[in-house]
Design a protein around this ligand. Structure first.
Ligand code: AMP
Length: 130
């Protein structure tokens, strides 16, 4: 069965899209730790991040870099933190999270709430900088 992220990539489930190429899809996390918290997903469905094929995982890092640079243009932060968990969704993905301190990337923290319009605006601003 297709994962929720494959459905998002195919457009069967809506997302706040940031960027896409032949191999990857980036979109805002719906339960963000910070404004601009983005997920980068390979289009090929692999559960565990370190099972991603070598060429793809290398290209994924370059794609993440492009997205992180765009996030930095829009969100005031010291840097963009990177996390891989995969405890919830069995489709490998990288979290890109704007951070100013260690606390900002603590996944045990309550998540932020944004309206649909706010999510859209954030995605639009970041995607303009890709
Ligand atoms: P994990 O698999 O532990 O890395 O967590 C999965 C992440 O995907 C969580 O941060 C969720 O908020 C996020 N997530 C789950 N479903 C969606 C969705 N439909 N749109 C955006 N983000 C999602």
């Amino acid at each position: 069965m297709a994962t929720i992220f494959s459905k998002i990539i195919k457009g069967e489930i809506p997302s706040y899209k940031i960027a896409e190429d032949d191999d990857f899809y980036a979109f805002l996390d719906i339960n963000p730790l910070a404004k601009g918290h983005t997920l980068v997903v390979p289009k090929v469905e692999v559960d565990y991040y370190f099972d991603i094929e070598d060429t793809t995982i290398a290209k994924m890092n370059v794609f993440c870099k492009r997205v992180a640079k765009a996030i930095e243009q829009v969100v005031d932060c010291k840097r963009v933190g990177v996390a891989v968990l995969g405890l919830e969704v069995p489709h490998a993905h990288v979290h890109l999270i704007p951070i100013n301190n260690l606390h900002d990337i603590n996944f045990a923290r309550p998540k932020l709430k944004f309206t649909d319009e706010e999510f859209r605006n954030i995605a639009e601003e970041i995607s303009k900088n890709i």
